[in-house]
Design a protein around this ligand. Structure first.
Ligand SMILES: [Fe+2]
Length: 246
């Protein structure tokens, strides 16, 4: 089955220019209709087994073998593209790393808790594939972000302190209020299923916006390039984040 319609590693300079200038880059219709159908079929199966609440599945577990999530994250062209983007952004080669793939389903009342949970990712480049996005109404769960808000930090400790200050209930509450009263204006990225969106997850404070609990918002996320690779502190935080997400 052809999952990816077009991924060309030589598109990196153009993609990075877009990320630098407008906060994100997009490869339109990068995933085929056939590929999207496969994803949706799989998500339906996963959702049935997980109840109708919020859930996330991480791509480093065996249960995603032979799923579209694994197939896409193991695609050579996609991996090369992600690696090249991350290395050019950092200005240095990175040790051998895999793409960390995550399937995230926001649905039902429990999904509301996952709205506006602003955060920085641990990895340089984040690619987001919308699989199911409600196409009607205002609460579609689009991506809300403050792009390129911070540089790549040289110090892992500084990174941790910064994340701790920004990723807590009080900070998120204040941020959400400031957005509500238009004191701060984040960018809203209107997501279209099948497109692949790229942004600096590490540098951009981001979250999904409100999502109508009657609809399911399913996205596949692909992370590549840990700038603090090898740090025990970072590894522990990533593990903790996964546990919390589960
Ligand atoms: Fe993220």
């Amino acid at each position: 089955m052809s999952l990816i319609a077009k991924i060309y590693p030589n598109e990196v300079p153009q993609l990075l220019r877009s990320i630098e200038t407008q906060g994100y880059a997009v490869l339109e219709n990068a995933v085929t209709d056939e590929g999207l159908s496969w994803f949706r079929q799989w998500i339906e199966e996963v959702s049935t087994g997980s109840g109708q609440g919020y859930h996330a599945i991480f791509g480093d577990v065996e249960k995603i073998d032979h799923t579209p999530l694994a197939t896409l994250s193991e695609n050579d062209n996609f991996r090369q593209l992600m690696q090249s983007m991350a290395e050019k952004s950092l200005g240095r080669p990175l040790p051998e790393q895999n793409i960390l793939a995550v399937l995230r389903c926001v649905q039902g009342e429990s999904g509301k808790k996952k709205t506006n949970t602003f955060h920085y990712d641990a990895s340089v480049i984040t690619a987001l594939l919308p699989v199911e996005i409600p196409q009607h109404g205002e609460a579609r769960g689009d991506l809300v972000m403050f792009p390129n808000l911070r540089p790549f930090r040289a110090s892992v400790l500084f990174n941790v302190i910064e994340k701790t200050l920004m990723q807590n209930r009080l900070a998120r509450y204040l941020l959400t209020k400031a957005i509500k009263y238009r004191l701060l204006k984040p960018m809203t990225l209107y997501l279209k299923p099948g497109n692949l969106y790229f942004f600096y997850g590490y540098r951009s404070l981001h979250a999904n916006g409100a999502c109508d609990p009657a609809f399911r918002r399913a996205t596949a996320l692909f992370h590549f390039g840990d700038p603090h690779y090898g740090s025990t502190l970072t590894r522990s935080i990533v593990k903790l984040n996964r546990l919390l997400a589960r």
